[in-house]
Design a protein around this ligand. Sequence first.
Ligand code: RP5
Length: 166
Amino acid sequence: MAQVAIVMGSDSDMPIMKKAADVLKELGITFTMHIISAHREPEEFFSFANTAEEKGYKVIIAGAGMAAHLPGMCAAIFPLPVIGIPMHTTSLGGRDSLYSIVQMPSGIPVATVAINGGQNAGLLAAKILATSDETLLGKLKDYSENMKNAVIAKDAKLQEVGYEAY
Ligand code: RP5
């Protein structure tokens, strides 16, 4: 039984959704990944959303672009947290996706990350699961520590070689 469902409106979203999957994999969180279009195949979408709770998912990560209704419609049906990832678009720079996902009506929240924010979506899902999982919480603390050390190492290199050689 997977903990997280990752869904996206099109295979063109995959490069961003893969970042969420990579984080979950790194942290040992089980997940499934599906291409499900709320617009192009509504029956398949409703079948997924209506059965997501009984399948045991604790969080859904949903990414979509343009008139991006997939995350909001997941949140309308699935009773647990939904994280939305707005895709960058060529016509409107992803503002269309962002506004579609973030401007949910009262009562139906979607935790919206940045445009193309696949990594943060994965981390946010992990943090939600870590509220009841001490081992996962420890892994998240290690993840943050590693990030901090990477920045410190970059600064040390800058000081050593100077900005022109960096
Ligand atoms: C949305 O339409 C998808 O999430 C995708 O971001 C966007 C464009 O889809 P394609 O035309 O690339 O399949 O449903």
